[in-house]
Design a protein around this ligand. Structure first.
Ligand code: ADP
Ligand code: MG
Length: 246
């Protein structure tokens, strides 16, 4: 299980996360929804420690860090926690000077020190899974956005993370390309991949999320099963926000 507890994060005097607590049940997809600027990306970045929270607790599996204001964070503990996560970004962020298969192999070879042929075999398996094996030896720039995102998903999954963090994975794509990415994410969801996914895409959230967390101005307004939050939101703010989703 993944638990975030009382996460606080500020940039200068802008308090962006005001004590956010979220539980991400294992084997399920949790959608993180909220207006632009509400803190969704910052929260995801606090899970894999691309941002360091000032306070709170991040716990994934057997890795846990408690953050205290002004406190020092142990580097080894940070690496251990980060290795439990895989991240998919809005703009794919593939390494442009590496081929598709090399992108997927990268962490296995450089971080986990796997031999190249073992890493390549694992990468090819994952490319197969996302329907991108046929582009293994191409450059990312020759791929469509939807294809690049499918490769990015394979790359994030390569080291077998405990949780896949997705930051608006379809929002840079037109609907048809978004649909192929949604299909891949839906398949992963059916296989029981644990995901925490920030998204504006109601179709994506409604089709694969078991749970929904609605964030507004750095606070959790409402969280619960997707059917309840989407179908019968309790909080007036949630109702208004959901009516703006398309
Ligand atoms: P969302 O993903 O929900 O749109 P973000 O987490 O990107 O929201 O941003 C939340 C707030 O944090 C915004 O006010 C944004 O300007 C601020 N913010 C995010 N990252 C940084 C940063 N690196 N430096 C300063 N402010 C930031
Ligand atoms: Mg964002």
């Amino acid at each position: 299980m993944i638990a975030l507890e009382g996460i606080e994060k500020s940039f200068g005097d802008n308090l962006v996360l005001k004590g956010v607590s979220v539980v991400v049940p294992e084997g399920h997809v949790t959608a993180l929804i909220g207006a632009s600027g509400s803190g969704k990306s910052t929260l995801l970045r606090c899970v894999n420690l691309l941002e360091i929270p000032q306070a709170g607790r991040v716990c994934i599996d057997d890795a846990e860090i408690r953050f205290v204001p002004g406190g020092k964070v142990d580097r080894g503990a940070m690496l251990a926690l980060r290795r439990k996560t895989g991240m998919v970004f809005q703009n794919f962020q593939l390494f442009p000077h590496r081929t598709v298969v090399e992108n997927v192999m990268e962490a296995l070879v450089t971080v986990l020190k796997w031999p190249r042929d073992r890493a390549r075999a694992r990468a090819m398996e994952l490319l197969d899974k996302v329907g991108m094996r046929f582009k293994a030896d191409e450059w990312p720039s020759s791929l469509s956005g939807g294809q690049q995102q499918r490769v990015a998903i394979a790359r994030a999954l390569a080291p077998s993370p405990k949780v896949l963090l997705c930051d608006e994975p379809t929002s840079a794509l037109d609907p048809q390309l978004a649909a192929e990415v949604i299909e891949v994410l839906a398949q992963l969801a059916r296989e029981g991949t644990t995901m925490l996914m920030a998204t504006h895409d109601l179709r994506l959230a409604a089709s694969i999320a078991s749970n929904v967390v609605y964030l507004d101005a750095g606070e959790v307004v409402e969280a619960g099963p997707a059917g309840e939050v989407f179908g019968a939101p309790r909080e007036p703010r949630t109702k208004v926000f959901i009516s703006t989703l398309t």
